[in-house]
Design a protein around this ligand. Structure first.
Ligand SMILES: [Zn+2]
Length: 296
């Protein structure tokens, strides 16, 4: 049964408001990655209780994006998996577009790709940024959102062209090199307010200068932390991806972001969780846990 056949669950809001922005989530695609790599040092008998692996040891994930309207802007946070997939890699990562992907999802909201004013890229790993470009009928790369200003942390931009052997497999130049030297690229340095009520905050550990996105005002905020907490299972402090360049830094960053979020009721959005879209947290003796789940 596809998502489109499913009736909306009772209580599901189509959008939430944070500050001056109306916020929706969009699932662009589903995919799967090795469960061991997703949970780092945590042994399989523990992680398989929260994420059941398939026969190739992969766990189900989604690519979830944010779409924001407010302050005269139409903003997309990350661009998803795109459609530049050959058969081998599509099979390796079990990539399946969800209901036609992000462009179709925006179309159902009455928004054309040309109307997107801003694309905020949390980082340039393919499962976050591949939808930034597509190949046209002449096999030329084109920007999917040609009018949008693409906001990327400068330090991360430089890293993406010179990654280490450990994370080189996560970057594909065809996803973002078209932006190089273009007036559609805005390199951001550190914590920056893009528009009133929309802020990016660098996060370390996963990859240099990933950026979290904070929407709203104090007391009414959503926080999109990308791969700092890819699924709700990663709320547990030691559940840190093997992909991360600096796992101990990720641990410290999780505490820096999640403890205040639990204290002030910030809504945390899970970018890769196939079931849980978002949640408010509470602090426990051992860390944080979900207090309330939300769907929008
Ligand atoms: Zn990543």
């Amino acid at each position: 049964m596809s998502d489109a056949d499913m009736p909306d669950k009772p209580g599901k809001a189509s959008e939430m408001h944070f500050g001056g922005f109306r916020v929706r989530t969009i699932v662009d695609a589903s995919f799967a990655l090795d469960g061991g790599a997703m949970f780092g040092v945590v042994p399989r008998p523990l992680w398989e209780r929260v994420a059941v692996p398939d026969e190739r040891n992969r766990i189900a994930l989604v690519s979830r994006l944010l779409y924001l309207e407010g302050e005269g802007r139409r903003v997309l946070v990350d661009t998803g998996m795109g459609d530049k997939w050959d058969a081998k890699r599509r099979d390796m990562f079990a990539v399946q577009s969800r209901d036609g992907g992000v462009v179709k999802a925006l179309g159902r909201l009455g928004v054309d790709p040309e109307q997107i004013t801003d694309v905020v890229l949390t980082h340039l790993h393919f499962d976050h940024a591949a939808g930034t470009t597509y190949r046209d009928t002449a096999d030329e790369l084109q920007l999917t959102f040609p009018a949008a200003l693409h906001h990327v942390q400068e330090r991360h931009w430089e890293w993406a062209f010179n990654p280490t052997m450990k994370d080189a497999g996560s970057f594909r130049a065809e996803d973002f090199s078209l932006l190089a030297g273009s007036d559609r690229l805005r390199l951001v340095k550190g914590r920056t307010q893009l528009y009133p009520g929309l802020e990016v905050v660098p996060v370390s550990g996963h990859t240099p200068a990933m950026q979290a996105v904070r929407v709203g005002v104090a007391g009414n905020q959503a926080l999109f932390v990308a791969d700092l907490v890819p699924t709700s299972a990663h709320l547990r402090w030691p559940y840190i991806m093997g992909y991360d360049n600096e796992p101990l830094v990720t641990l410290a960053e999780k505490q820096r972001f999640l403890l205040p979020a639990a204290a002030d009721g910030t809504v945390l959005v899970f970018q890769h969780d196939p079931e849980i879209v978002a949640a408010r947290l509470r602090q426990t003796a051992r860390g944080v846990e979900i207090a309330e789940t939300l769907e929008f």
